[in-house]
Design a protein around this ligand. Structure first.
Ligand code: 5GP
Ligand code: ZN
Length: 112
């Protein structure tokens, strides 16, 4: 058991606006959206960051759920951005692996 914020969302102890779920992953809306569609995709199992995953399976499952949510949110055709901030220089603020799915507007490059 961990009192990590996103583990608490997985356990239903903190409410979240869920948009999809699978056996391995959960997708819910970011509390401070940076785009018309801003969904977080997380594994149910706790990993502190991308740097802690042992193999491709968890990120593969997250990516496939991102693809599914992009379609259900109606942003797949126009395009979208998936981001995994990792560690301090990556801008990670929540220590449970998560992928941002951002869409509904064009995104600039390079990122800030
Ligand atoms: P990071 O900066 O770690 O890549 O992203 C963490 C994200 O989690 C931020 O975009 C932030 O708005 C979001 N967030 C933080 N606390 C909560 C919360 O309690 N609920 C939801 N739905 N999102 C949160
Ligand atoms: Zn966690």
């Amino acid at each position: 058991m961990t009192d990590c914020l996103f583990c608490r969302i997985v356990r239903g102890e903190i409410p979240a606006a869920k948009v999809a779920e699978t056996d391995e992953c959960l997708a819910f809306r970011d509390i401070a959206p940076q785009a018309p569609v801003h969904v977080l995709i997380i594994p149910r199992k706790h990993f502190g960051s991308l740097d802690e995953v042992p193999d491709a399976s968890v990120v593969g499952a997250m990516s496939m759920l991102a693809q599914q949510v992009a379609r259900s949110e109606g942003i797949a055709a126009a395009g979208y951005r998936c981001v995994i901030n990792t560690g301090a220089h990556g801008g990670q603020t929540v220590g449970h692996l998560h992928m941002h799915l951002l869409g509904g507007r064009a995104h600039g490059w390079p990122p800030g």
